[in-house]
Design a protein around this ligand. Sequence first.
Ligand SMILES: [Zn+2]
Length: 296
Amino acid sequence: MAALTGAWPVARLTVRLRRGLHTARKLHHQRCVRVRFAPSPTGMLHLGGLRTALYNYLFAKSNPGGKFLLRIEDTDQTRLVPRATEKLEEMLSWAGISPDEGPSQGGNYGPYKQSERIELYQESIKVLIQNESAYHCFCTPRRLELVRKEAGRRGETPRYDNRCRQWSSSEVKEKLARNTPYVIRLKLEDVAEPWDDLLKGRTSHNLADAEGDPVLIKSDRYPTYHFANVVDDHHMGITHVLRGDEWQTSTPKHLLLYKSFGWDPPRYAHLPLILNKDGTKLSKRGDDIQVEHFKD
Ligand SMILES: [Zn+2]
């Protein structure tokens, strides 16, 4: 203690602490809360989705300068529904949830539809290929099916065997030059790095135990949900992700993506599932849980 006070007189120490606190507060205010609701446009909004939107909205509004964004995740070209975005916006506005930024409101971080941000994902994936966090997979659907079946037969989790990690850059170039179809996968790490969930505390999940290297870019050049979601959250300055429990097992994948890019991740909070009266999980199907059902 004597040595400490000798080097740092108490008064000086207090001033430094106060300055530190002041800087921390200033930094905190510079980075106002930004949250998003990011549904796929299916044409319907169910209660679970509305609850997620509401929590995000309330969280934004309870923080000075907080912003609530609506982002439409429409990169799955097989699931497009006409007028789905408009219907979603109508539902949110009926519930009194109005986004500060979104496809209709605009904003400085747009476009707010993923199908209009494809170039960003294509540029971003180059970074991960370059730093070897991601790689080209040339496996045919038939091979993938066989690998899965074989694993199942051995009583293991059916998953991709990460075979294409082995190709050298010249082998990859050669295959690309021959126009071999491919997807791009993320190299999973065989560790379960824990994270601090705002609701659940210290949480961890070893992905590599449960699945093979996940696809980031599909063979049609469109990004998968996980990739586009992380790239957009980063570029839209999202500070907190409040989402349903069902996404918790994907969080390590998202954190690994942030790490691979060298970006700071947002804070995560996973909301418990909405249950039926008898404690069973509320299904996503059925009219009675569609918000539209309560509207008239
Ligand atoms: Zn492969």
